[in-house]
Design a protein around this ligand. Structure first.
Ligand SMILES: [Zn+2]
Length: 267
């Protein structure tokens, strides 16, 4: 009797498996058609690579990520120089993607928040970035925190001089490859620590870590993302990307590179 029941059980589970497989197959077929309609609308779509896109989609269920993974498999590696592109909230710049010598942001204004003063220097930043940074600095100061801007916009020429004069050029981006040229990046720390790893032990850093995204900023070079950004941790370097992108990046603990790969079609 027990044996019979066991066989019946086995038979039933086999039946269930077969029907499940049939169901999956038909679902897949419909998905396949929908997927083709969807993905073929993208500019970077290449019909010859359809099977590869579809394979990727089965794993990640993200059309853009599927396109990028197949079209740009070496995106996270240090490869060759590629011209920067606008990802919707400014230009994407890293050790592969560069801005041209002639690129100057259109909205530069003098930095009017707490900053260090250097002789013969007017610190500049994009107008909207200043607006959001001002809110962030005001809210921090209400909590008794004293944030200071150490660096804002840097022109191609200035970055070139910085790179050429650096004691260790591996810590400085070559001209064109610095996010500071976008006018969307700020180096923020406290007067006591300056731009050193000691800043990452302060309450000010903790505030930025927890709240920068609410003002549209991201901590650009996080300690556990070094293999993706190719930068050592810089708890003082913040990039403005707008509140929506910053919140997605913060909540999913991404680097900007990962965000772009998942959400922005590379062309
Ligand atoms: Zn910086």
């Amino acid at each position: 009797m027990f044996k019979k029941l066991f066989f019946l059980g086995e038979f039933l589970s086999l039946l269930f498996l077969v029907s499940a497989c049939k169901k999956t197959q038909s679902t897949l077929k419909i998905m396949d058609e929908d997927f083709k309609n969807l993905i073929s609308n993208y500019q970077s779509y290449n019909d010859d690579l359809y099977d590869l896109y579809y394979q990727e989609y089965q794993i990640n269920h993200n059309v853009i990520l599927s396109l990028n993974k197949v079209n740009y498999p070496t995106f996270f590696e240090l490869t060759s120089s590629i011209k920067s592109f606008n990802f919707g909230e400014g230009y994407f710049v890293n050790k592969n993607y560069y801005l041209e010598k002639t690129y100057i942001p259109q909205d530069l204004v003098p930095v009017t928040i707490n900053k260090i003063n250097r002789k013969n220097e007017t610190m500049l930043i994009n107008k909207n970035v200043l607006k959001m940074a001002t809110k962030m600095f005001d809210d921090a100061s209400k909590q008794g925190l004293n944030l200071v801007v150490f660096s804002a916009y840097r022109s191609f020429t200035k970055q070139k001089a910085l790179y050429n004069n650096a004691k260790d050029p591996s810590f400085v981006a070559p001209a064109g490859y610095s996010e500071h040229q976008t006018g969307d990046a700020l180096d923020i720390a406290t007067l006591d620590t300056g731009l050193t790893s000691y800043f990452m032990e302060t309450k000010e850093y903790l505030f930025l870590k927890q709240h920068a995204h609410e003002y549209g900023f991201i901590e650009r070079y996080q300690s556990d993302k070094e293999a993706l950004t190719h930068y050592p941790a810089e708890g003082w370097h913040y990039r403005y990307v707008g509140q929506e992108i910053a919140t997605t990046i913060y909540q999913n603990h991404l680097s900007l590179e990962e965000y772009i790969y998942m959400y922005v079609e590379l062309k």
